[in-house]
Write a protein that binds this ligand. Structure first.
Ligand SMILES: [Zn+2]
Length: 268
C-alpha cells in the first residue's frame, strides 16, 4: 500500500511547539505527512523553512502547505484578487524552500458572478500566478463544502485540465456536505476516486479527511471520525480494495488520534 497518512498542522500532543518538534512527534506516532498551516499567516521565514524542510527530509515525512484562508480569486474587487494572487505566490515560494510538493488553496467565492464567469476569472488569475512564479510546486485546488464557494468536483477537475500548475485536492467531507450527504457506501467513495483518475489522469490522490456537521448543502463544522458522517471506514475499504495511492491529511478535531484510527483501518 502506498498511502501516507498525516495531519493538518502541529499535533495536538505537541501544541505550542515549533514545526520541527511537531514533525518529530508525528514521526514517533508513526505518521508520515504534515500539511503546514499558513492559513492565517506564513509564519516561517526562508531560513526556518529550510531547517524545517531538512528535518522533514531526515525523518521521511512528506510536506504540503495550506495557503491563506483570505483568498478570493473571483472577488468583485480587483485589489482583493491581486492580494490573493500575492498570497498564493508567497506560499509557493516558502513551499519551494520547504521542498513541499503542493500548496492547498481555497480558490474563492462566486461573489455574485455566474459560475462560468467565476471559473474564467479564477483560471485567468491562476495563469497570472504561473507567469509570476513558474514553480514546480503544484497549486492544489480544494473541493469546497459550501454552495457559495467555488470548488465543485467538476470545477476542480476542469481547472486541473486547463491549468498545468493545478492539482486536485479531494475533501470528501466537503463533497459530502455540499451534496446533502451523498457519500454513504464504499461505491460512493470509489466513484469519486475513479472520476478524478479518469478525468484528470492523476494516479495519486491528495485527500482531506474529516467528518462534517452539515445542513442544506453546506458544511457547518468539522467532527471526529467516530461521527461517521461520512464513514471513512468505507474510504479505507475503497483504498484497500483498489490499491489507490493516496496522501491523507486528517483535519478532524482529534488530528493525530483520528489519523492513527484511519491508519488502523488500512491494510498493512
Ligand atoms: Zn482547506
Amino acid at each position: 500500500m502506498d498511502v501516507n497518512v498525516g495531519i493538518s498542522g502541529i499535533p495536538l500532543s505537541a501544541k505550542g511547539s515549533d514545526t520541527g518538534s511537531g514533525l518529530r512527534v508525528l514521526k514517533k506516532l508513526g505518521l508520515d505527512l504534515m500539511e503546514i498551516q499558513f492559513s492565517r499567516n506564513i509564519y516561517l521565514n526562508s531560513d526556518s523553512a529550510r531547517t524545517v524542510g531538512n528535518i522533514a527530509k531526515e525523518l521521511g515525512i512528506g510536506l504540503t502547505c495550506h495557503a491563506s484562508y483570505y483568498i478570493n480569486l473571483a472577488s468583485q474587487k480587483k485589489e482583493v484578487q491581486d492580494a490573493s494572487v500575492k498570497r498564493i505566490v508567497d506560499t509557493l515560494i516558502v513551499a519551494e524552500t520547504l521542498r513541499a510538493k503542493l500548496i492547498v488553496v481555497h480558490a474563492g467565492y462566486y461573489s455574485g458572478r455566474s459560475h462560468e464567469d467565476a471559473y474564467d476569472i479564477i483560471k485567468s488569475n491562476i495563469d497570472v500566478i504561473g507567469t509570476k512564479c513558474p514553480s514546480k510546486v503544484k497549486i492544489g485546488i480544494e473541493t469546497m463544502g459550501r454552495q457559495k464557494s467555488f470548488g465543485t468536483v467538476d470545477e476542480v477537475i476542469r481547472l486541473c485540465n486547463d491549468c498545468p500548475n493545478v492539482y486536485p485536492v479531494i475533501d470528501f467531507g466537503h463533497i459530502h456536505a455540499r451534496n446533502f450527504g451523498n457519500i454513504n457506501t464504499v461505491c460512493d467513495f470509489t466513484s469519486i476516486f475513479e472520476k478524478f483518475e479518469n478525468e484528470t489522469g492523476i494516479n495519486r490522490f491528495h485527500i482531506h479527511m474529516s467528518c462534517m456537521r452539515h445542513a442544506n448543502g453546506n458544511e457547518i463544522s468539522h467532527l471526529p471520525l467516530d461521527s461517521f458522517d461520512p464513514d471513512f471506514r468505507l474510504m479505507a475499504k475503497s483504498i484497500n480494495d483498489n490499491g489507490y495511492k493516496c496522501s491523507v491529511v486528517c483535519e478532524s478535531p482529534r488530528l493525530e488520534q483520528d489519523a492513527l484510527l484511519f491508519r488502523s483501518w488500512l491494510k498493512s
